[in-house]
Design a protein around this ligand. Structure first.
Ligand code: SAM
Length: 289
């Protein structure tokens, strides 16, 4: 790694460095080393990052790289990289580019043949997902929803039947409206989780069906403060007669008229070869209906 070396013909490296989302102890040793070694740090908000730098005794020069100047200023950082200087990109909190600036700089750097190296660390969506107890093998990140109800509901409609776990960022002053709209679009039964103030003093992870989560947030204004991530379980097709064929359903119906539900499901499974658990669920649904 080079410090400031404008005469060097080998391009420097752009390090994309994750920083804490609350708890400063989450700063990695590698991130600290890189932030201290690079020639320049491209920061979303230099005043904000200065506090982080001071906390860790770092005095690497900072230059602003935020969403308003990222496209134009990007070339300034590219020039430094092409001249051989290593540059680190950081945002105010968490992983740059994740609902944060950096996309244009990373794109420009890669297009210019500069090596881009991720230095992973905190990220609110991953922290929330890791502790949510919702399916984590497949998920989608929707970032921030539109601020107004009409736009928000339209976006939620687009993912209403999405089977993967859904993850959203939301501002505290909109969290209640957001949960109200989610309840409206996804239904109050859908499992969800609010992850608030992660890694901080008032960290709260509350997992409830949407209607109960909305009521919980409505009843306590403290839940409408701080930073938050909302996770919603993916859509599951309701178990109904459609889950099994008409012929299987006919067998099940006949047996249900003659014997208790559990036994009927077991015998129907024997006769048709369909899974006993599925037939049991279908029979239950039918009984409820
Ligand atoms: N780049 C960041 C990351 O890696 O998570 C996200 C930046 S985005 C501008 C800020 C949003 O991230 C907040 O509005 C909130 O939704 C979420 N967030 C950030 N820190 C959080 C925390 N400590 N607890 C819960 N959510 C957080």
């Amino acid at each position: 790694m080079t410090a400031s070396s404008a005469s060097n013909s080998t391009p420097g490296t752009l390090y994309v460095v994750a920083t804490p989302i609350g708890n400063l102890d989450d700063m990695s040793a590698r991130a600290l080393k890189i932030l201290s070694d690079v020639a320049l740090i491209a920061a979303e908000d230099t005043r904000h990052s200065l506090r982080l730098m001071q906390h860790f005794g770092l005095n690497t020069p900072l230059a602003a790289c935020h969403e308003h100047n990222e496209r134009d200023e990007g070339s300034r950082f590219i020039q430094r990289l092409l001249a051989g200087d290593d540059v680190a990109l950081i945002s105010d909190a968490g992983t740059p580019l994740i609902s944060d600036p950096g996309y244009h700089l990373v794109r420009q750097a890669r297009a210019a043949g500069v090596q881009v190296v991720p230095v992973p660390g905190p990220c609110a969506l991953i922290a929330a997902l890791s502790a949510a107890g919702l399916p984590s093998d497949r998920f989608i990140f929707e970032g921030f929803l539109p601020a107004k109800t009409a736009g928000r509901c339209a976006r939620l409609e687009q993912v209403r039947e999405e089977p993967r776990t859904l993850i959203f960022y939301e501002a505290p002053h909109r969290i209640l409206e957001c949960l109200q709209d989610m309840e409206k679009v996804f239904g109050g039964e859908r499992p969800a989780l609010l992850a608030r103030e992660l890694t901080k003093t008032f960290e709260t992870l509350k997992g409830l069906p949407l209607s109960e989560l909305r009521a919980f947030v409505e009843a306590d204004s403290n839940q409408q403060r701080g930073e938050c991530v909302v996770l919603v379980a993916g859509w599951t097709a309701p178990l109904s007669d459609e889950a099994v064929s008409g012929e299987v359903m006919r067998v099940l119906d006949l047996l249900l008229a003659e014997m208790p539900l559990k036994r009927a499901a077991a015998v129907a499974a024997e006769i048709t070869g369909v899974r006993k658990n599925l037939l049991y669920q279908v029979a239950l649904e039918k009984q409820k209906a």
